[in-house]
Design a protein around this ligand. Structure first.
Ligand code: FAD
Ligand code: NA7
Length: 475
């Protein structure tokens, strides 16, 4: 402990990464300070402790996605003789939002109780700003400041939704995922702008909840993911009612009697349509403005605002570290921010030497047909190893229970295997419970299993996952 400073370690940002750092450091008896402050969205939406994941990210998203999937089962219930189920019943948005917020507030309360009750943590519900390499200014909601000092500083301020700069009043005329999960009024007919993770997940569950949803796609679906899988997701969403406008972006958005008149140009022709809600999901920007980074000498990418940190999470100022979504080149996921925070504290205080590895991280996109993957996409594998050195195994299948009500669409899986050593370098699965199925394959890929190892596994029957250990057809 260095008595020169008030805290051994001070964390700015109490999300997935920041809270992990706080927790790990206090367990080791360190004097820990935390500043977490939620800047309201342009519509004034605010939330409690825990950062993006429990408030406006993973958790409310998954709850709404599950609600849409539960709705789909109405058809199977009717087909299998359950009485009193109306397959055309409507979802009540207000009941859903209240339930989602009840669960979110439960998580907030758990965090609040823990922050208050844990010895060794001092929590400030204040905006943190660097003053010098060991001093942080803490600003409360009334603009009053105090200053604290720390030996180490960790920046974990996450990211916030981006807005286009060329559409007048865009922040007032649209909402983002920061507003959606607590929206007071049902979204109604919705245009989702953007075509990646957040856009397709939100479009998927809104369609499943019964809303008229159109996705406006600038270029491709799910950039960075395996494009065959991405296109299959798009096809599945289409046959389940989501509409797509591809190859354009909004050129203007206007308020017309409380609705949104959106115009765009497609093939040289101006087109327009009126929506109740426009949901922007065009990516996220690091929440690093006004953090005092430049003044202290912490380097950032000028365009994205992301902090530049090395593999050991050090910024250009050696005692200032940065983790999670606000750092350039990191996967924007809760478990990566958590593991990164854990490893940082182990390295700082308990002789750890492991750095965070960002390859072979399993993830799932919670679209109506869920997509789990780990390892290389087909495109990335071809680029790295060449087409001739790969075997791409595929399988198309229909889960048994889908036949009850003739659910439309099919599931699909893909394994990418290197010919020279038979190692499985990519796993892709489109089907029910993708996160549960994919987690185990994350271990398989991490352990560099061979295709012949999978061939030696006896499948569980009847299941969808058995498809993955008996794939014999390759492209
Ligand atoms: P955050 O969790 O964003 O925390 C940053 C905190 O810092 C916030 O509380 C912020 O208010 C605070 N802060 C910012 N500036 C200051 C300041 N100057 N002073 C004090 N406090 C400040 N990931 C998954 O793994 N699975 C998913 O299914 C998933 N779904 C998602 C769905 C959506 C809609 C979104 C938006 C994200 C999703 N994510 C998902 C991503 C995941 O939420 C993030 O990767 C994760 O929360 C990043 O953690 P973090 O600690 O870097 O930042
Ligand atoms: P991403 O993954 O950065 O994707 C952004 C999407 O928005 C992508 O489809 C872009 O199309 C599209 N985009 C970007 N700018 C525009 C404009 N100006 N107009 C229309 N469309 C645009 O962001 P997400 O929000 O989906 O996800 C971010 C992380 O949050 C993700 O990793 C999850 O962990 C949670 P492009 O392909 O560039 O043409």
């Amino acid at each position: 402990m260095n008595p020169q400073y008030q805290y051994d370690i001070f964390v700015i940002g109490g999300g997935s990464g920041g809270l992990t750092v706080v927790d790990e450091a206090q367990r080791l008896g360190k004097r820990v300070g935390l500043a977490d402050y939620i800047k309201p969205s342009p519509h004034g939406t605010q939330w409690g402790t825990g950062g993006t994941c429990p408030n406006v990210g993973c958790i409310p998203k998954k709850l709404m996605h599950m609600t849409a999937l539960i709705g789909e089962i109405r058809h199977e219930l009717t087909a299998t003789g359950w009485q009193g189920v109306d397959p055309h019943s409507k979802n009540d948005w207000n009941i859903l939002v209240n339930e989602v917020q009840r669960q979110v507030k439960g998580i907030n309360k758990g965090n609040d109780d823990w922050l208050i009750a844990t010895n060794g943590i001092t929590y400030y519900n204040k905006l943190g700003k660097l003053k010098d390499d060991h001093t942080i200014e803490l600003i409360d909601k009334d603009g009053q400041s105090e200053f604290v000092t720390a030996e180490y500083i960790v920046i974990a301020v996450g990211s916030r939704p981006s807005f286009p700069t060329d559409i007048p009043n865009v922040k007032q005329l649209t909402i983002t995922s920061d507003d959606l999960f607590s929206l007071k009024k049902a979204p109604g007919k919705t245009l989702v702008v953007g075509a990646s993770y957040v856009a397709l997940e939100c479009a998927g569950f809104l369609t499943g909840l019964g809303y008229d949803v159109t996705v406006m796609v600038r270029s491709i679906l799910l950039r960075g993911f395996d494009q065959e899988m991405a296109e299959r997701i798009g096809e599945f969403m289409k046959i389940h009612g989501t509409k797509f406008i591809r190859g354009t972006i909004p050129s203007s958005i206007e308020d017309v009697d409380g609705k949104r008149l959106v115009k765009w140009v497609l093939n040289g022709q101006e087109q327009s349509e009126v929506f109740d809600t426009v949901l922007l999901a065009i990516g996220r920007s690091a929440d690093t403005q006004n953090l005092g980074l430049e003044q202290v000498g912490v380097q950032t990418n000028k365009e994205s605002g992301k902090i530049i940190a090395n593999d050991a999470d050090s910024t250009s100022v050696p005692n200032i570290f940065a983790i999670g979504d606000c750092v350039q080149g990191r996967l924007e996921l809760t478990p990566t921010a958590i593991m990164c925070g854990k490893r940082l504290i182990k390295r700082l205080y308990s002789n750890g030497n492991q750095i965070m590895e960002y390859s072979d991280v399993s993830t799932t996109v919670f679209t109506p047909l869920e997509y789990g993957c780990v390892g290389y996409s087909e495109e990335a594998a071809i680029q790295k190893f060449g087409k001739d050195n790969l075997k791409i195994f595929t399988s198309e299948f229909t889960p048994l229970f889908w036949n009850f009500a003739n659910r439309k669409g099919t599931c699909y899986a893909k394994l990418i295997v290197k010919k020279d050593d038979d190692v499985v370098i990519g796993f892709h699965y489109l089907g029910p419970d993708a996160a549960e199925v994919t987690q185990g394959f994350g271990v398989v890929i991490k352990l560099k299993a061979k295709k012949s190892d999978l061939d030696n596994v006896v499948g569980i029957h009847p299941s969808v996952a058995e498809e993955l250990v008996q794939m014999q057809t390759w492209k």
